[in-house]
Design a protein around this ligand. Sequence first.
Ligand code: 5RP
Length: 266
Amino acid sequence: MDWGMKNRLARIIKPEDGRTVMLAVDHGYFLGPTSGLEQPRKTIEPLIPYADSIMLTRGVLRTSVDPGANVPVVLRVSGGTSILKELSNEDITVSIDDAIRLNVSAMALSIFVGSEFEKQTLVSLAKLVDEGEKHGIPVLAVTAVGKDMARDARYLGLSCRIAAELGAHIVKTYYCDGFEEVIESCPIPVIIAGGKKTPEIEALELAFNAVRTGAVGVDMGRNIFQSDSPVGMIRAVRAIVHEKASVADAYKIYESAKGAKARKAG
Ligand code: 5RP
């Protein structure tokens, strides 16, 4: 692996502890102005100081993040479909030239194993890895799950392993029962998505269990930006990922930030 690739990976997965908190705010690429991201800048700005990196599209990056913010960028480079259509019908939507111009630390693309467009998305991953390798830019494969697909260790393990075999440098998947099996059979670092908004304590338990069983961190979106205290939640998640905090201690961080926010408002 060349120096540039290693350097970019180190901007995402922190060498001090081998862990990462990635903030996912890319949802608009197929969901449009989804809840909590109606005005991306308003949501993203207060969270940046607590994120090791942010995952987003080039449109939101250019319009809603100051270049001086100096936060490592994981650029979503796949898309081309909306919630109204077959979601797996994705292609690469950003050129490598633009990714380089935007000085990204990694590029992210979804693969839809078992879906109608499985082959298209897997070949796109392989092509993106070729481009990434040429320029020293790591690729994050996102194991997207179709409506009818099980989120179990067998299926997620299959998706993660295929992503690794095709050359991805990091893979994002979902936490599931038997997550250790997913980790054991995947030779690249695994991070987990938060999934749909759940009560804060459950999202913290998810993060805790994921890192306990071998994930290097999270790429969490809705359970942070749709929380009643997004800053409280990302700080609580950070405590779990980087400081080995218990769920109870992390929850206290969230509650205290929520209380401070309420006092400020009142
Ligand atoms: C969408 C994505 C999201 O970034 C991912 O699902 C993480 O966000 P959340 O924690 O809200 O699930 O890749 O395809």
